[in-house]
Design a protein around this ligand. Structure first.
Ligand code: FAD
Length: 504
């Protein structure tokens, strides 16, 4: 066993990044991944010639001017990738025929909101001020020329000193609390649809700021090509990945992690073990809850997670060139409420991939309809496989019929429908209760923005964690950043300088 060796559990963005940074710093790593593909949640699947993209809508750090872009270059994601910056985040169509358009451009958004609802001028101005404030921030990076770096850091401290209280207030205000201040029900409902109501409004402002700065583009080709690019980078650095290798236990001797046991019974040893897999399973199953004190348990007992999804992919023999190209879709009201799965819904949000023709054959388009759903409902239903499958088929039929209301003729053009449930996400990625992005950032846990969650467990040596379960808010950038933070700390522990490099 090499004294610089590490075993990494999971080849999602966090596990691959941990491997990449560790290899760059002279560690000898191997990744054990239960699936047969890299990427974890950042994935896609093929059905009848269509690609159903399972993840990326926008990638923060897509602008070459941004500090985060350098990290995407380090892990091999940015090279050769084309990003498109879409003008609209979401279209929210009202029952009365009015449409709320969440424009990426701040000035356009402000004009549009004021046109829609002059009575809300005060709160609109406040909202727009918040986006403008967030638009001033950028990640400083080691690659920035020194003057640029100093400028970014100075700017950060200046904004914190002069606007710190305002930012704190945004952090402590939920989207729900903010949206209900609008008198216009269309704007109020549109903002609630745009994001999860319990989330801190700060993150909605930050997302709109990234979009305005053209720093949250959509990567043409979607999610899986990015994961494959990271896998390639890791292998080129000498890393080893074992697919179809599910870790069943983390092996511990005298309170030191020494290796892993797989479900096939084989045991593998290394000086360090890093889990980039689901946090709940890691702590309470792979380690049997032996290293979970009250502080470690708290998030799992009290914090809210991203609600899992019913995820319906469709392949349609139709182009949508006259429909807007949006980051997150078009939300339209149904003629009357309809039960879909565990809930009665009064609208559908359809994501048309009319901005990425690599996902469908010529003259056709991939679509996704996603909706939050209840994990326990699906878990109970899955006890009866026939009922579970029938429910999925029923949802497919219902959604196609409902799409007719917004896109007449579509039901005759649908060539493929594929329904994934919270259990599908759990099955393929192991994420707790099918959550697709880990913890929400709410006023309850917003403090983690200032002091990050620990990446170790109390009483257990040589064991570390990275990924969305130690970075509330989740997302692809946090996978890379949490892995980078971890490997930097390991280098410090070993008394060596953390280094990275970019291959062009
Ligand atoms: C529909 C959807 C849309 C999204 N949109 C965006 C977006 O637009 N922008 C954005 O930034 N983020 C987005 N995300 C979130 C983003 O995909 C995740 O936050 C991120 O991919 C999490 O990466 P991770 O490596 O931490 O975890 P995961 O991707 O969950 O990786 C964990 C890996 O560990 C493996 N594993 C688990 N248990 C074991 C075990 N016991 N043994 C071996 N292997 C194991 C899993 O198979 C998996 O490969 C979206 C996610 C979804 C589902």
């Amino acid at each position: 066993m090499n004294n610089r060796s590490a075993i990494i559990i999971g080849a999602g963005f966090a596990g691959l990044s941990a491997g990449i940074y560790a290899q760059m710093n002279g560690y000898d790593t191997q990744i054990f991944e239960m699936h047969d593909l890299p990427g974890g949640l950042c994935t896609a699947w093929k059905r009848h010639g269509f690609t159903i993209d399972g993840c990326v809508h926008w990638l923060v750090g897509s602008s070459p001017q941004s500090g985060m872009y350098r990290y995407w270059q380090e892990v091999g994601v940015a090279q050769g990738r084309q990003f498109v910056n879409l003008d609209e985040y979401l279209r929210f169509e009202g029952k009365d025929g009015r449409i709320l358009i969440l424009y990426a451009d701040i000035d356009r958004l402000e004009r549009h909101l004021l046109d829609l609802s002059p009575q809300d001028t005060g709160v609109i101005k406040e909202f727009i001020r918040g986006i403008r404030l967030c638009a001033k921030f950028d990640f400083p990076s080691e690659y920035d020329p020194l003057p640029v770096r100093i400028k970014k850091i100075t700017n950060f401290f200046w904004v914190m000193a002069t606007q710190g209280r305002t930012l704190q207030r945004w952090m402590q205000t939920t989207i729900d609390a903010f949206a209900t201040r609008f008198k216009d029900p269309l704007i109020c409902q549109g903002l609630l649809e745009m994001w999860i109501p319990e989330f801190s409004i700060f993150f909605m402002l930050a997302t709109l700021a990234y979009l305005h700065n053209r720093n949250a583009g959509y990567p043409i080709g979607g999610s899986l090509p990015m994961s494959l690019a990271m896998e390639k980078r890791y292998l080129a650095l000498g890393g080893v990945i074992h697919y179809r290798s599910r870790v069943e236990k983390i092996l511990v001797e005298s309170n030191r992690a020494v290796g892993v046991r797989l479900t096939d019974g084989s045991e593998h040893f290394a000086e360090r073990v890093i889990s980039a897999a689901d946090g709940h399973a890691t702590i309470f199953e792979l380690l049997d809850g032996k290293y979970a004190d009250a502080k470690t348990r708290e998030p799992y007992e009290k914090w809210k997670t991203f609600q899992p999804l019913i995820y319906i992919g469709l392949g349609v023999r139709r182009t949508f060139e006259n429909e807007p190209r949006t980051v997150s879709g078009i939300s339209f009201p149904l003629c009357q409420p309809v039960e879909i799965g565990d809930a009665v819904r009064d609208r559908l949000t359809v994501h048309l991939y009319n901005h990425d023709d690599t996902l469908a054959p010529a003259g056709k388009t991939s679509l996704v309809v996603m909706m939050p759903s209840d994990y326990d409902y699906w878990k109970a239903l899955s006890k009866d496989r026939v009922a579970y499958t029938e429910k999925k088929e029923q949802i497919a039929r219902t959604v196609v019929t409902l799409l007719e209301q917004r896109f007449p003729g579509i039901s005759q053009q649908v060539e493929m429908v594929d329904v994934a449930t919270p259990l599908t996400f759990e099955h393929y990625t192991g994420n707790w209760k099918g959550s697709f992005e880990g913890w929400l950032i709410t006023p309850q846990n917003a403090g983690v923005m200032m002091s990050p969650m620990p990446q170790t467990l109390p009483g257990l040596q040589n064991f570390f964690m990275c990924g969305q379960w130690v970075e509330p808010g989740g997302g692809l950038p946090t996978g890379v950043m949490s892995a980078r933070r971890l490997v930097r700390a390991l280098c410090k522990e070993d008394g060596k300088k953390f280094q990275t490099r970019i291959e062009v």
